[in-house]
Write a protein that binds this ligand. Structure first.
Ligand code: HEC
Length: 255
């Protein structure tokens, strides 16, 4: 009986290891699936998050809402006074306590075949590097209804809304042949077809701001949490010193 059980246990263990291996491999493949670019969000960069908020409202909120974020929360966190908030970020009908709603909710599904998803938690769901790469990876593709595709989200139904800034790019020849290889290191996965109003580095900075804002939106309390944590640590350290001195005082005459 015993050896049998051991044998089946070993087999089970082996199967588990193989399964784990397959899962890890799949995760890795899924993540690198569309040439993700290295990117780390910095929601502590208030100036960048402010610019990102403005640009998100101008370029994205027509289709995407952020139902977990209210305007006055943005104002508080990013030190934006109410009047500036109203003038620059909000649509006239919105109130300070409103969540960020989609400007054109009903029509969008008919236009794009898909409801543009709420983006409050997008960087947490996909990762900031995914979103950053996505916004840099729209390319011309005649086979798609809108004439545009995306290497990070193949068959994406979102138009390249930032084309005026980035210009148009197409897949580089070598990348197109080798499936989704190529993107990293030396040669880019894309070739510029027409220039946009921004230089490539400026466009990258523009996208960085938007993703930093989205990263902030996914966890608005993050910076407050970090600074509170530091204060608590400092407080505890101060208490430690006091307690130690007190202990010395108590025991001074005992020995
Ligand atoms: C004209 C409408 C429209 C505008 C404007 C727009 N999007 Fe989209 N977006 C869509 C649609 C539709 C999808 C769904 C794409 C799909 O799943 O095929 C989408 C999908 C996305 C996704 C992927 C969601 C996911 O996880 O699958 C991200 C990220 C995104 N949009 C970000 C943005 C950002 C940032 C902006 C502003 C720069 C923006 N979008 C502006 C329509 C729009």
């Amino acid at each position: 009986m015993k050896p049998l059980m051991n044998a089946s246990l070993t087999r089970f263990a082996r199967a588990a290891v193989v399964a784990a291996g397959v899962i890890v491999a799949n995760l890795a493949a899924a993540n690198s699936g569309g040439n993700l670019l290295p990117f780390t969000a910095d929601s502590g960069n208030v100036a960048s998050v402010q610019r990102g908020a403005r640009n998100f409202m101008a370029y994205c909120s027509g289709c995407h809402g952020m139902k977990y974020l209210r305007y006055n929360r943005i104002g508080q966190d990013l030190n934006i006074p109410d009047d500036v908030l109203k003038k620059n970020l909000m649509f006239t009908s919105d109130k300070l306590g409103d969540q960020i709603k989609v400007a054109m909710p009903a029509a969008s599904e008919q236009w794009f075949g898909r409801v543009p998803p709420d983006l409050s938690l997008e960087t947490r769901a996909r990762g900031a590097d995914w979103v950053y790469s996505y916004l840099l990876s729209f390319y011309l593709d005649e086979t798609r209804p809108l004439g545009v595709n995306n290497t990070v989200l193949a068959g994406a139904s979102m138009p390249h809304v930032l084309w005026e800034l980035q210009g148009w790019q197409k897949k580089a020849e070598h990348a197109a042949e080798g499936g989704h290889g190529g993107g990293h290191g030396g040669g880019s996965a894309f070739e510029q077809v027409t220039a946009g109003s921004l230089k490539p580095s400026e466009y990258e900075a523009f996208v960085t701001d938007i993703v930093n804002f989205m990263d902030y939106a996914a966890e608005p309390g993050k910076q407050a949490r970090i600074s509170l944590g530091l204060k608590v640590m400092l407080y505890l350290f101060g208490l430690l010193v006091l307690t130690y001195l007190l202990k010395k005082e108590f025991w001074r005459d005992v020995h």
